[in-house]
Design a protein around this ligand. Structure first.
Ligand code: PEP
Length: 251
């Protein structure tokens, strides 16, 4: 496989947290941070997206509908999120898969919709604890199924305009981080699976790690050859921690 230089990306997922004061805090501090060498994305709850205005980092949404504008109460379309300034949209976060019964096929529909709207989906995959405990083959089988739903729906060109986040569910919000070796193994596996569809797309794919990333462990995780940055939950709610993590990702 040809190797390609990939620009690191760090995305903060606030989940259902934050308020106007936190938005102001991020506008004041993160905007003044030197973002050279890393793409930075902040994904607040949708009600705060428009409040960010013109900042030197990207803003993203935490979810989107796979459907066009219309009679879908409570949902938000790609078109709407684009209008308020989103550049990225997280799809398939394990909390959405769990809380809202989202299947891998539905996640792939959402990702395709985001790409067709010229925004970048951050597509989450990752195994639960019982699969991790069943061993490496089980982990690979689980991730392979999630990836197959994507490669059957999205073309190599569409995938080349996407980002993947590997988030082992047992590491999300638990304080248990995958070891750098565990993360690297799965990231390399994801890249090799994508290479079965298209080697160039696989080589250029940014694969983020998510799961209890903190300033103390970010550098080692991001230093792995197939880890191209992170999707950060808890630590993205503190500007100091988030900025430190972004700095760790710089090439
Ligand atoms: C996440 O929710 O995407 C996440 C990785 O959370 P945390 O960093 O808190 O584990």
């Amino acid at each position: 496989m040809t190797t390609m230089k990939r620009k690191p990306l760090v995305a903060g997922n606030w989940k259902m947290n934050g308020d106007k004061a936190l938005v102001a805090d991020f506008i004041n501090t993160l905007d003044a941070t030197n973002a050279e060498g890393v793409d930075i994305v902040v994904c607040p709850p949708a009600v705060y997206l428009a409040a960010f205005g013109d900042v030197n980092f990207a803003i993203g949404a935490q979810d989107v509908s796979a459907l066009d504008n219309g009679a879908h109460t409570g949902d938000l379309s790609v078109e709407m999120l684009k209008e308020v300034g989103c550049k990225y949209i997280i799809v398939g976060h394990s909390e959405r898969r769990e809380d809202h019964g989202e299947s891998s096929e539905w996640v792939a529909e959402k990702a395709a919709k985001v790409v067709s709207g010229q925004l970048t989906p951050i597509i989450c995959v990752g195994e639960p604890l019982e699969v991790r405990e069943a061993g490496d083959d089980a982990v690979q089988g689980f991730i392979r199924e999630q990836l197959r739903a994507l490669t059957s729906k999205l073309s190599a060109d569409e995938l080349s305009r996407s980002v993947i986040a590997y988030e082992p569910i047992w590491a999300i919000g638990t304080g248990k981080t995958a070891s750098p070796e565990q993360a690297q193994d799965v990231h390399a596996f994801i890249r090799s699976e994508l290479a079965d569809t298209d080697a160039e797309m696989a080589s250029g794919m940014r694969i983020l790690y998510g799961g209890s990333v903190k300033p103390a462990n970010a550098q080692e995780l991001f230093g792995q050859p197939d880890v191209d940055g992170g999707l950060i939950g808890g630590a993205s709610l503190k500007t100091d921690d988030f900025i430190a993590i972004c700095q760790s990702a710089k090439i």
